[in-house]
Ligand binder design. Structure first.
Ligand code: AMZ
Length: 282
């Protein structure tokens, strides 16, 4: 399972919100590029970057920063927030963003979603952000009438290859993810699911990892790594699971001995020398 450190951008800074509410904002850094480098340096395999202003306003707001992040790190970066047309999507992907996350547009503009998936395949993923089981849109301010699972199934039918599932009630709460809903989502789909919202402890990661066989391929971590509740390196190790049992490679001497035994022609067993007879005694 892959751990995705999250970098949420608002007004050029790296922030975390609670349940997506901008009134509950904590600023973690004025320099998100440094933050990106920090997580990459701590062993992150991917970064999850969200343009929060973009999601709320419906158009890119922090994309220069996104491009600077992509340039500054060697690991792949996925980006969401405010991507609502082909032009914005193309620009991000052309500038090196590995994949883009569509939320609002995926729910409201089927034609665009289809075109995006047909053109870019697995470089387009859909964010299913659920509030009480229903899809939330436009920076999570609007609740739709679409059931999260139905929406995700529809995305799958339209060719989407990965879903990022967020339970908004859990996001930024440090109280663990919605495991039941995540499992239900993964089971309802044939395509993989990345879990998001509330992932806070190694135990959470282990529980999600146990859902790998059901299709949970990743977990996004936000507040937990910024607050220090979770250490990124430990999270990455926990996500990999227990190491496979490997028997130690035998040393040089043992290998040579094994080879000589394999190649040897079996010699007849040496005869036991006859016991010397003692003279004079019969
Ligand atoms: O925290 C929020 N209020 C928030 C957030 N994290 N609002 C939207 N988003 C993220 C979604 C998804 O990755 O989780 O933005 C992306 C969707 O943006 P859009 O503009 O396509 O709906």
């Amino acid at each position: 399972m892959i751990i995705f450190p999250a970098i949420d951008l608002r007004k050029g800074r790296c922030v975390r919100l609670i349940r997506g509410d901008v009134r509950d904002e904590t600023v973690y850094s004025e320099n998100p590029v440094d933050v990106a480098k920090h997580w990459a340096g701590r062993g992150a395999q991917w970064l999850h970057v969200v343009d929060l202003d973009g999601a709320i306003e419906g158009q890119p707001r922090n994309h220069e920063l996104v491009f600077a992040i992509v340039k500054a790190v060697k690991i792949p970066v996925q980006v969401g927030g405010g991507i609502r047309d082909m032009e914005t999507l193309k620009k991000l992907l052309d500038k090196g963003v590995r994949r883009c996350i569509l939320g609002t547009a995926a729910a409201q503009d089927e034609k665009f979603l289809k075109k995006a998936v047909d053109k870019y395949g697995d470089r387009v993923v859909v964010g299913v952000d659920a509030k009480d089981g229903y899809v939330a849109l436009k920076g999570w301010v609007e609740k739709s009438k679409l059931k999260a699972v139905d929406f995700a199934r529809k995305m799958q039918d339209l060719g989407v290859q990965t879903i990022i599932y967020t339970d908004i009630a859990k996001d930024g709460m440090l109280q663990g993810p919605n495991l039941e809903a995540t499992e239900a989502m993964a089971k309802a789909l044939k395509i993989p699911v990345i879990a998001s919202g509330g992932v806070s402890t190694l135990k959470d990661i282990e529980r999600l990892r146990k859902m790998e066989s059901k299709g949970v391929v990743g977990a996004i971590v936000g507040k937990a790594i910024y607050s220090g509740a979770l250490e990124l390196k430990a999270a990455i190790i926990a996500a990999k699971g227990p190491a496979p049992k490997v028997t130690a490679r035998p040393g040089k001497k043992a290998r040579r001995k094994a080879a000589s035994t394999r190649n040897a022609v079996k010699a007849p067993a040496p005869r036991k020398p006859a016991a010397p007879r003692k003279k004079g005694k019969r």
